[in-house]
Design a protein around this ligand. Structure first.
Ligand SMILES: Cc1cc2nc3c(=O)[nH]c(=O)nc-3n(C[C@H](O)[C@H](O)[C@H](O)COP(=O)(O)OP(=O)(O)OC[C@H]3O[C@@H](n4cnc5c(N)ncnc54)[C@H](O)[C@@H]3O)c2cc1C
Length: 490
């Protein structure tokens, strides 16, 4: 195959993945990132001795990462060390009341059984189905490029057709009675960006990812994976340019010819955008865009988030690496995100403390903490609202875990919708892309290949297969395959 010059917009996981595959195919690959560091939503924040992953923190589906590195004759362990978290996480439901999710199914089954008699066996059956869905979805279907509806029609999926027309919420409720267990089983699909009641039952493969495969932590944080992919890409000859904002994708004769980087034209045989799809299209003149504003407006987007990166001058007690605070009404909060967008009166929140696992994440005797409140995309964001919600969640945290922490904060930085828009050009400040509902799955998502402009492609969490780090790695592979197929024809 003739060597082409491919310019890539953005350096998130999908762009990094595509860069590796395209360089391996022999192309000259140049990655342009607007921010001063690479990694996109998975960037790292280092301040005053504390280290934070700014976005993703749950390393799920380790097989997808293994498969990515294996495509290059490598192993994940060639680049970073993984620790299986035990417990995987805790879910708090009240003052000092929590359920710990163990790192193996047998113990999780015992926990369920102790809370709801008979539920242990039901959980085993549920997990067997979830594993079978995982084998079909994550080992096969998600590696199809969303070009045709026929991609979804296999002997296995036709046997499970009913699961596409029921939803996780209904399914779990049929099997379990205890409200806490139900919420724990509904939690994993939140990663797909929609309400459990809008997520097909077939997506229980996320429950297998959770209970079956476990929660892992790269030794010094999720940014280890960014560094690993950057190193691999460089080994393959990829060139990186940071502080390089793309202002325009230049199209001539309906063909992508160049990108405008900080006012300078960079010639390209092919342009691939890993920036948010909506933003990428605004880099084109209107007649070259595939999707209208009305189209984007009609899509279900994953939530935005209010985040706090906090440095504490002491160790925090009574917590685990990942902790979910489900002590308020789960369904009311979901309504405040999806149905009647507003700041939730009683927010659920999530916290992680990486320094419990990784001693380098905080100075000795101190703790680094990350707090997240999911919010409706497009919501009004202000300093005053951020502070109001900070007080709310810290107060709740103090009551639930029975300790004072507010006076021990020595570093604090917030991040919310306006930052997602400003720093990542995110549509409505979404945190993790376009939701994976039934009507926004596979061939029903925005396309990897432009239908209007030759040699223009897209990747990332708004296209195929969807939100999350593992899907981003897969998205980079899918788009690279399409590009290779195009060049093989020429
Ligand atoms: C707070 C948070 C928590 C999350 N938690 C998890 C988790 O625990 N586990 C998990 O698997 N997933 C999680 N996710 C989702 C996951 O992080 C994302 O799905 C994934 O990182 C998206 O990668 P991407 O390549 O699609 O996009 P991005 O990471 O957004 O990359 C796009 C890049 O394009 C750049 N860009 C935009 N416009 C331009 C321009 N004009 N010129 C140049 N560059 C540009 C941006 O700066 C950015 O670097 C989380 C996300 C967030 C925000």
């Amino acid at each position: 195959m003739k060597k082409r010059k491919i310019t890539i917009i953005g350096s998130g996981f999908s762009a990094l993945s595509a860069a590796c595959y395209l360089a391996k195919s022999g192309h000259e690959v140049l990655v342009f990132e607007k921010n001063e560091t690479i990694g996109g939503r998975a960037r790292q924040l280092k301040k005053e001795g504390f280290t934070f992953d700014m976005g993703p923190s749950w390393y799920w589906m380790p097989d997808v990462f293994d498969r990515f590195f294996a495509d290059f004759g490598k192993k994940t362990s060639d680049y970073y060390e993984l620790i299986k978290l035990s417990p995987a996480y805790r879910v708090y439901f009240g003052v000092n009341e929590f359920i710990a999710i163990a790192d193996n199914l047998d113990e999780i089954v015992a926990t369920f059984e102790a809370i709801e008699k008979g539920s242990g066996l039901i959980l085993r059956e549920f997990m067997a189905e979830a594993q079978s869905n995982y084998d079909i979805a994550i080992k096969d279907l998600v590696y199809r490029p969303g070009v045709s509806p026929l991609e979804l029609v296999t002997i296995e999926t036709t046997k499970k057709i009913g699961q596409f027309f029921s939803n996780i919420s209904r399914d779990v409720r049929k099997k379990f009675k205890n409200e806490r267990l139900i919420q724990i089983l509904e939690f994993p699909v939140l990663f797909l960006g929609a309400k459990p009641s809008d997520t097909p039952s077939f997506y229980s493969f996320m429950n297998y990812a959770d209970f079956g495969l476990g929660t892992w932590h790269p030794k010094t944080g999720m940014f280890d994976v960014v560094r690993a992919m950057e190193n691999l890409a460089k080994e393959l000859g990829v060139q990186f340019f940071v502080n390089s904002n793309i202002e325009k994708i230049i199209v001539e004769n309906k063909t992508a010819k160049a990108i405008l980087v900080n006012g300078k034209r960079v010639e390209s045989d092919l342009v691939l955008s890993g920036a948010d799809y909506h933003h990428s299209e605004t880099l084109l003149d209107k007649e070259h865009r595939m999707y209208s504003e009305k189209y984007w407006e009609s899509r279900v987007f994953a939530p935005s988030s209010l985040l706090f990166y906090i440095g504490f001058n002491k160790k925090i007690e009574n917590i685990s690496h990942h902790a979910l605070f489900f002590d308020t009404d789960f369904y009311q909060h979901a309504k405040d995100i999806y149905d009647e967008p507003q700041w939730p009166a009683e927010p659920l929140f999530y916290a992680n403390f990486p320094s419990l696992t990784d001693k380098t994440a905080a100075p000795e005797g101190m703790e680094s903490g990350f707090f997240l409140v999911p919010l409706a995309p497009g919501i009004n964001d202000s300093e005053a609202l951020r502070e109001e919600y900070f007080d709310k969640i810290i107060q709740r945290f103090e009551t639930i875990t029975q300790q004072n922490i507010k006076e021990n904060i020595i570093f604090k930085q917030s991040f919310c919708k306006n930052d997602f828009v400003e720093q990542y050009n995110s549509y409505k400040g979404n945190a993790y892309g376009m939701a994976n509902t039934l009507l926004q799955t596979a061939f029903l998502r925005p396309k990897l290949k432009s239908k209007k402009v030759r040699n223009l492609y897209f990747t990332g969490q708004l296209t195929v297969p969807g939100p999350g780090v593992p899907p981003a790695l897969i998205s980079g592979k899918l788009v690279s395959n399409l590009i290779d197929q195009q060049f093989l024809k020429v």
